[in-house]
Design a protein around this ligand. Structure first.
Ligand code: 9MR
Length: 343
């Protein structure tokens, strides 16, 4: 009887020890490790929810705070899903990054069709920004104030309704309005494509320096890094080094890595693809650690959690495996490889 009890007790302690020994990437990065999340999946799927709570210490709202979701009618805001993510994150002591206040592709239909003077348009955007930022004042640490200000390939301002109505300098105004609504929030300009376009990279740096000179409250730059396995390591390093020279916080804000270079709907995720992807992921983590000074490391955020959550599958109707967790939310070998490299 006593022996049985002893065996049971020792089994229990070994179990507890084994559990407490689980190591998490976020323990070894030295900077916040984040993921963008979907509020509905977070509510419905316990596996997703538990994994997010354990693996990450920063969350980005992937879609719920875009204008078309949070402000679906001229006089109607819908904060339900945003609130639910924020409550979850705060309960789990995580940082929250708000995405995104003004984005050409995130406009609500009613706003796209809004008729009014320049002054009316300024009020519309100002009210939108200040209502959303104000609602989360003291809860959301940082915001992507403007997303994708430049065009696809170079240093020219993207044309869309807000730019047409307010002029090219609309971004500076948006930052000022956001700052008024929550002076403690960190304000970020988020951009993509710098890994392939030098002109675009230089555009972002030009804007950052101009804003600094003019006293526009810009705290950081988001570099999305929706990478492909063939993006060059040299460029990834170059982007991080150049952006760091601005002295601003640097957020790798939407990290994922496409392996499907032929846009196949039935791609097989072979060992060799996994290996190339792993090497590049290791490079990204290493480069971020090396080239971004510690006080500028705002963190690395993945664009959602498991491969089945990726935007790439529905958007391009292809098979993709761009993240660190598989279909069943198990860690992929690339997760462990990054973990080992950080230790
Ligand atoms: O991942 C997002 C996807 O679920 C949405 O349908 C889409 C449109 O709102 O936006 C995706 O996220 C984008 C992000 O907001 C800005 N950078 C590019 C991302 C991928 O398109």
């Amino acid at each position: 009887m006593r022996i049985k009890l002893l065996v049971l007790i020792s089994f229990f302690f070994t179990e507890v020890q084994a559990q407490s020994k689980t190591e998490y990437l976020k323990q070894f990065t030295g900077f916040p490790l984040g993921a963008s999340v979907d509020g509905e999946v977070l509510l419905k799927n316990k596996v997703y929810r538990d994994l997010v709570a354990k693996e990450f210490n920063s969350l980005t709202t992937e879609n719920h705070l875009k204008m078309y979701r949070v402000h679906p009618g001229q006089n109607r805001y819908d904060f339900a899903m945003g609130d639910s993510i924020v409550t979850f994150a705060l309960r789990n002591k995580m940082r929250i990054h708000g995405h995104t206040l003004v984005w050409f592709d995130g406009m609500a239909d009613w706003a796209k069709n809004f008729q009014g003077t320049k002054q009316d348009w300024e009020s519309l955007i100002k009210n939108h920004i200040q209502t959303v930022v104000g609602h989360y004042k003291g809860k959301i640490t940082s915001w992507d104030v403007v997303n994708e200000y430049l065009t696809q390939n170079d240093d020219s301002v993207r044309k869309f309704i807000v730019q047409e109505k307010l002029g090219d300098d609309y971004m500076a105004k948006c930052f000022r309005w956001a700052h008024e609504a929550d002076p403690n929030a960190l304000l970020i300009y988020n951009e993509y494509g710098m890994e392939w376009s030098e002109s675009k990279l230089q555009g972002v740096i030009r804007i950052a320096n101009d804003f600094k000179k003019r006293g526009i409250p810009l705290d950081g730059l988001g570099v999305q890094f929706h990478l492909k396995i063939f993006n060059s390591n040299e460029r990834i390093a170059h982007v991080l080094k150049e952006l760091s020279k601005t002295g601003l916080k640097i957020h790798i804000s939407e990290l994922d890595m496409m392996v499907n270079t032929t846009n196949s709907a039935t791609l097989v995720y072979t060992d060799s693809l996994k290996k190339v992807q792993q090497e590049k992921y290791l490079f990204v983590f290493d480069a971020y650690r090396k080239y971004v000074p510690d006080n500028q490391k705002y963190g690395i955020t993945f664009w959602n959690v498991g491969d089945k959550d990726t935007w790439l599958r529905p958007t391009y109707k292809i098979m993709e495996y761009p993240l660190l967790f598989d279909e069943d939310y198990n860690r992929k070998p690339v997760y462990n490889a990054i973990l080992q490299s950080l230790k």
